[in-house]
Design a protein around this ligand. Structure first.
Ligand code: GLN
Length: 266
């Protein structure tokens, strides 16, 4: 909607009254997105009840790309750009090689990598049909010919059995602990539990994926995880127990160890 600056104070006020901190910038985004004043007010009222802004707008930016999002799929976070960056800076773009993105959700990681690695093929796997629909929609939007998405439970041995000789595996699994799930920020409660909860200690997916998918990597292949803010050491340990080498822990822009990666020993 253009030319509606006069609505800014009203929309910002609806947001502040609901306790939304960044009321003015959020009001601006809502006004830009809404078709008319009535729609802007209705979005603002839902936002004031802490529905995620990203779901209300229906899209969000990740690594410079627009991603469609909505209920049923994890919202792409800026933290996850650290994982994209880590892979881009460590792996040459080669034709014939394939990278798997496990628990792909909206597909944001595979798509962001594919945008910068046009000679590499990407396979995004996702168990949730609802999430997968967003990945497909995002692929249709960006039309990268080197990406495919498919429905698969990455904890199923048979799913891993379909792959071999991978150059890399990237994965932002569910990693929140039982205690963290009890204390979710209001907005995060709208997001699918299946994308957040990593079983009581938060490490279940790291243990299982590292074990089940190790052999799908070629010797020297890269395994790169996003991790929760207290998990870097534990995930590094899981990698070394599974004989991964040259393990690195990489900090995000907030200085939190956010990515843990290693290479399959030959
Ligand atoms: N980063 C998300 C959060 O803090 C968690 C996503 C995940 O479990 N991968 O809410």
């Amino acid at each position: 909607m253009t030319g509606q600056a006069f609505l800014l104070p009203e929309i910002a006020e609806i947001l502040s009254a609901g306790g939304i901190e960044d009321a003015v910038p959020e009001a601006r985004w809502i006004l830009e997105d809404a078709a008319d004043a009535e729609q802007a007010r209705s979005i603002a009222k839902r936002r004031a009840r802490h529905e995620p802004l990203q779901y209300l707008l229906g899209k969000w930016e990740f690594y410079g790309l627009t991603m469609y999002v909505g209920e049923g799929v994890l919202i792409p976070r800026a933290d996850t750009e650290t994982l994209v960056e880590a892979v881009l800076t460590r792996l040459p773009d080669r034709s014939g090689q394939m990278i798997a993105d496990l628990c792909t959700g909206s597909g944001c990681i595979a798509l962001a990598l594919a945008a910068h690695m046009e000679h590499t093929r990407f396979a995004g796997l996702e168990r949730s049909a609802a999430a997968l629909q967003y990945a497909e929609k995002n692929l249709a939007l960006h039309r990268f010919p080197n990406v495919t998405f498919s429905c698969a439970d990455v904890l199923d041995e048979a799913a891993a059995g379909q792959y071999h000789g991978l150059a890399a595996i990237v994965c932002n699994p569910p990693y929140l602990t039982e205690a963290e799930m009890q204390n979710l920020q209001e907005e995060v409660r709208y997001e699918p539990e299946s994308a957040l909860f990593g079983e009581p200690d938060g490490l279940h997916f790291y243990r299982e994926i590292t074990r089940l998918w190790r052999e799908t990597l070629k010797p020297g292949g890269l395994l790169a995880y996003e991790v929760g803010y207290t998990q870097a050491a534990a995930v590094g340990e899981i990698l070394s127990q599974n004989s991964f080498e040259q393990i690195e822990r990489i900090r995000d822009l907030n200085g939190i160890e956010r990515v843990v990666l290693g290479y399959r020993n030959p």
